[in-house]
Write a protein that binds this ligand. Structure first.
Ligand code: NAP
Length: 534
């Protein structure tokens, strides 16, 4: 590819939280850059995931940027867990407030990015065929942005309306008076199902794996609550930065297995009433690391499901059987299990009667045809690697990133990849990313990457590339850390198991946000140890 003479300092892909903050920082640094976004506006995840019930599972006051005190003080969140329209408005506000829209070319999909080894530049081709050339390529493509449709025979023959939760239409979708089917009971399905059930004439939930869920216990923020949070926000943010999952809480002292059973049960109940991820990740760490302790937590939630769902036959179907709680990403819900007490909701257990095909009329299982007007695929994403490998990224010697990662992604810090100089991934595979609060993770990565670029410019360095040995150590470290947890025991998107043919490798870094931040800081202080400069 030949991109002509005009060479930029950087090209950024994506206009979600990561792309917006990167654009803000690069402009502050005085860099010449161009940013591409395939949607027609900012928002990333919150631009695409507009399904009914969509919202954040992190508390609003931390699910937001911390880089501007004024922004933090001026913006008013309405509730504990903000819903998609409010988060999208927030990101639009950020774009306006800091005049960031002008940095982006919208409706522009990056098709290819190729590294020119002789000149040390990235050449990027968009879907309009336009080529751009820049020293650095910064991917702000998100971790859960490559929507995955299931490979079911006849999938595209359905004659009703079909939707994927991660590619939801912008116009209002109406389910009133309709027979609706939802395939999938991950976080997206668990958020959407209670809301769709209230509108549809009948909702059929096609469940392959029964899932755990913890109540969100969302609430509106009073003026007093908002004022008090704003007063303490600096301490709150600092706590998040060094915590295990980037949130304003961390594991308690002690272990669940050390407590008398009744005392633990009481604690579970108290935490259950508070709701949120805290129920597990603000509790005892052995719930995550120890199988026996985890069984206590799993049993508690199973008991809650049985108490909530009135029909005992149905409640048994909804009780997870085959995985430890937390080893699939724990959903938070607003009335998910209660929804199955409604007369207009039915559950199809695909373990008993698997889907055989999708037909023009609906979903056919081994038992019968379910006729539907609308079908919702809440079937997830090609997580972490998909957003990157779906772009034709070629490094040195024309190596495709997709080929390099054929046996699983290998990175250094989740930021750099040997053979792909001057490419920086924001929250890439091998970073903590999806194991906690994304904005905390994103800000740390963007700051680190921009500091690194600043260092290179100050030292007149042309290229940076992760060393193969550093990549090997990091990949071994990721594996070792994951083996200390219960994650590898379950088929989940964390392990790549939801994508046919994807290697089964634990994708994120499980050592905790704070530990990772310290590691990254130390590496930067040691002049970017593990990276080679030219
Ligand atoms: P997901 O967790 O991967 O869940 C996909 C669901 O679809 C699973 O229940 C899966 O069943 C089912 N499925 C997939 N293929 C199927 C097939 N061929 N037949 C039947 N069922 C099939 O996807 P997601 O719910 O979209 O969530 C993905 C991630 O996005 C979450 O874990 C979370 O990190 C993020 N997210 C966050 C929020 C939030 O913060 N509020 C909300 C939504 C999503 P199996 O379990 O059997 O594979």
């Amino acid at each position: 590819m030949n991109a002509g003479e005009d060479t930029l300092d950087a090209i950024v892909i994506g206009a979600g939280f990561a792309g917006l903050y990167t654009a803000f920082k690069l402009r502050e640094m005085g860099l010449r850059f161009c940013a591409f976004e395939q949607g027609d506006d900012v928002g990333g995840t919150w631009y695409w995931n507009r399904y009914p019930g969509a919202g954040s599972d992190s508390e609003s006051w931390v699910y937001s940027f911390s880089f501007s005190d004024e922004l933090e003080q001026d913006w008013k969140w309405s509730s504990r867990f903000p819903r998609q329209p409010e988060i999208l408005s927030y990101l639009q506000h950020v774009a306006e407030r800091f005049d960031l829209r002008s940095c982006f070319q919208f409706n522009t999909r990056v098709q290819k990015a190729e590294y020119d080894e002789t000149e040390n530049f990235w050449i990027v081709e968009t879907d309009s065929g336009k080529l751009s050339r820049a020293r650095y390529l910064i991917t702000a493509v998100g971790c859960l942005s490559a929507a995955q449709l299931p490979q079911i025979t006849g999938r595209d023959t359905f004659e009703g309306n079909a939707y994927h939760t991660g590619q939801w239409p912008h116009e209002k979708v109406k389910f009133k008076g309709q027979k609706v089917g939802v395939i999938g009971t991950g976080s997206s399905g668990i958020q959407a199902i209670p809301v769709i059930a209230k509108e549809a004439a009948h909702l059929t939930v096609f469940q392959r794996t029964a899932n755990y869920s913890v109540p969100a216990r969302n609430y509106d923020l009073s003026d007093d609550q908002a004022r008090s949070i704003k007063k303490d926000i600096k301490e709150i943010r600092e706590f998040c930065r060094w915590s295990t999952i980037g949130q304003n809480y961390d594991f308690r002292e002690g272990e669940a297995l050390e407590l008398p059973k009744e005392q633990l049960e009481r604690q579970f109940e108290i935490d259950w009433e508070k709701g949120g991820f805290q129920w597990m990740f603000g509790s005892y760490s052995d719930l995550v690391f120890n199988k026996k302790a985890n069984e206590l937590a799993s049993s508690f939630v199973k008991k809650k499901i049985r108490e909530t769902v009135k029909n005992p036959f149905l409640s048994e179907k909804l009780v997870p059987q085959d995985h430890a709680i937390g080893t699939k990403r724990l959903p938070l819900d607003i009335g998910y299990f209660e929804t199955f007490n409604r007369d207009n909701v039915s559950l199809v257990d695909l373990k008993d009667t698997p889907i055989e095909s999708i037909t023009p009329a609906g979903v056919r299982t081994s038992d019968k045809l379910y006729e539907l007007d609308s079908l919702v695929f809440a079937t997830g994403f090609d997580a972490l690697t998909g957003p990157l490998t779906r772009i034709g990224i070629r490094g040195k010697s024309g190596l495709l990133l997709k080929d390099k990662w054929k046996t699983g992604p290998r990175t250094y810090l989740g930021v750099g990849v040997p053979g792909f100089p001057n490419m920086f991934m924001i929250t890439g595979p091998g970073s903590p990313s999806v194991l906690g609060n994304m904005p905390t993770s994103i800000e740390q990565h963007v700051d680190w990457i921009c500091d690194c670029i600043g260092y290179m410019r100050a030292n007149r360095l042309i290229s940076i590339e992760a060393e193969t040995q550093a990549e090997a150590h990091w990949s071994d470290h990721i594996k070792e850390l994951s083996e200390k947890t219960l994650f590898p025991s379950t088929n989940s998107w964390y392990m790549g198991s939801n994508i046919p043919g994807k290697p089964k490798v634990f994708l994120p870094y499980a050592g905790g946000f704070g530990t990772y931040r310290k590691l990254c800081n130390d590496i930067a202080e040691r002049e970017y140890e593990g990276f080679r400069f030219t």
